[in-house]
Design a protein around this ligand. Structure first.
Ligand code: GDP
Ligand code: IMO
Ligand code: MG
Length: 457
């Protein structure tokens, strides 16, 4: 399969970056990076798209989020789920990088690696590079996540429905400048221990019920730190070398999704990082000029895990059918995903922010049995179309969705491998989506495994 991004505009002298240092001609942009991002509320099939591209990538990088993400990859009948590890870790020829923007729960990282090793994943520790600037998620951050959810439920009558992986509290520590990073853990352990104790005390003053066995935690962290040490690099310089060395194919695997973005998502029912394209720059130290293709991943319908407005949600037989046929159960928490019709208002909104160069439309096969299929094309407030996506959740709860209705194709598409194999009605559905978003659809997913992807161009 032809690669869809290239190390274009590489005007280098072929000397490795280390040899040429930081002095480069002004026009030497370096290698371009392709970014894969969720265009809805997560679980669009990013893992599968990344896996497809990763077969030819030199680097696959995570730039934000933590083990709140759950990315499924199915290869040769074996199903892997990745949370902190980039999905490219499956490819023995590519390097996986966890960037500074990611928050890392070390027990979770090693548990994930060991679990996948039992499934046959070999040598992952040798192929993984971790930025020394990445922040750490501690066990107590996860406990606090749970306590905050209980508090929200008691005070406001509703929580966020977080994954309880400690993501919000860890990014809060980072923003309040009391967080601890990989470089701290691998530096002076006395200094680390004292900062760790201060952080625990800070949280205990806010949450008196929090108990932490500090010495036990420090002992374990030290052990994890030693296991991690061989993988740790200065992430910025590592990336710089990757961008400016010989031509390389670099892929960024977004976690979570546009509508869960801390700035652009359905706040406060969002995660705590930037899951849109800017997160690739800040989470890896990549200059904007090095961003090449930006691939948006969208399901042929919509799902959401957790609480928050969902205008096209179907709390009826259609929603149940999508949930059961689509096996819509969270990879990280095992929660049932809420389901509804494809909402093109949110995908267009995601495109406004990310500037997608192409779209991967996944799970078309799930719609195969439907008599008719609806697509949300606009929101109305007080009977009038609104051109923007509302910031205020009370407003979003009140919008009326305008739908376009399509006849179902009622044909099994799971064996389709090229455009011509799809029924005309499915082709019409896809073309409508493409025209409405204004972005070419490059891939259409018709099944879980790597080969179940139709490449359009
Ligand atoms: P991610 O978080 O965006 O990587 O997505 P998840 O892995 O959480 O959820 C996507 C689910 O849909 C996984 O179980 C995938 O194996 C599955 N999947 C991905 N693409 C397709 C597709 O085209 N058809 C079907 N039937 N399943 C798919
Ligand atoms: P992937 O990468 C779906 C949701 C949670 C919750 C909210 C905040 O697999 O697409 P958090 O634990 O991040 O503080 O939870 O965000 N959420 C996701 N939903 N897929 C994800 O990741 C998600 N990551 C976070 O369900 O509503
Ligand atoms: Mg997922």
């Amino acid at each position: 399969m032809a690669l869809s991004w290239s190390a274009k505009e590489h005007k280098n002298t072929n000397q490795p970056a280390a040899a040429t240092g930081l002095k480069r001609p002004r026009n030497d942009v370096g290698n371009k990076v392709a970014v894969v991002l969720g265009a809805q509320w997560g679980d669009e099939g990013k893992g599968k798209v990344v896996d497809l591209l990763a077969t030819q990538a030199d680097f696959v990088c995570r730039c934000q989020g933590g083990n709140n993400a759950g990315h499924t990859v199915v290869v040769d009948g074996k199903e892997y789920d990745f949370h902190l590890l980039p999905s490219g870790i499956i490819n023995p020829k590519s390097i996986s990088l966890i960037g500074n923007g990611v928050v890392i729960h070390l027990p979770g990282l090693f548990e994930e690696g060991d679990k996948n090793e039992k499934k046959g994943l070999k040598g992952w520790e040798k192929r993984l590079i971790v930025s020394d600037r990445a922040h750490l998620v501690f066990d107590f951050h996860q406990v606090i996540d749970g306590l905050q959810e209980t508090e929200r439920q008691a005070q406001e009558g509703k929580n966020i429905g977080t994954t309880k992986k400690g993501i919000g509290p860890a990014y809060s520590s980072k923003a309040s400048r009391t967080g601890l990073r990989v470089c701290d853990l691998l530096g002076d352990i006395k200094d680390f221990s004292s900062k760790f104790k201060n952080l625990v005390r800070q949280y205990q003053s806010m949450y008196p019920s929090l108990t932490v066995d500090v010495e036990d935690q420090l002992k374990k962290l030290k052990e994890y730190g030693e296991r991690l040490r061989p993988m740790v690099r200065d992430g910025v310089y590592y990336m710089y070398e990757a961008l400016h060395g010989s031509p390389k194919k670099i892929l960024v695997e977004g976690a979570n999704a546009a509508l869960l973005d801390i700035d652009f998502g359905t706040y406060p029912f969002v995660t705590s990082s930037n899951c849109t394209v800017g997160g690739a720059c800040t989470g890896l130290g990549i200059p904007p000029l090095n961003i090449g293709d930006v691939f948006g991943v969208a399901k042929a319908y919509t799902t959401r895990v957790g609480i928050g407005a969902f205008p096209t949600e179907q709390l009826n037989a259609v929603g149940e059918l999508l949930q059961t046929r689509g096996h819509e159960v969270g990879v990280t928490t095992g929660r049932k995903r809420r389901c509804g019709w494809l909402d093109l208002v949110i995908v267009r909104y995601a495109h406004m922010i990310n500037g997608f160069t192409a779209i991967a439309l996944t799970k078309l096969d799930i719609l195969d049995v439907l008599e008719e299929i609806k697509v949300g094309i606009a929101y109305k407030l007080h009977g009038k179309r609104i051109p923007h996506f509302p910031a205020n959740m009370d407003v979003l709860q009140k919008v009326e969705v305008e739908y376009e209705t399509f006849p179902g194709w009622k044909t099994d598409t799971s064996a389709a491998r090229k455009w011509g194999d799809l029924p005309v009605k499915a082709q019409n559905y896809i073309r409508f989506i493409e025209n409405h978003i204004g972005v070419p659809i490059k891939w259409v997913g018709v099944g879980k495994s790597r080969e179940c992807m139709i490449q359009m161009f």
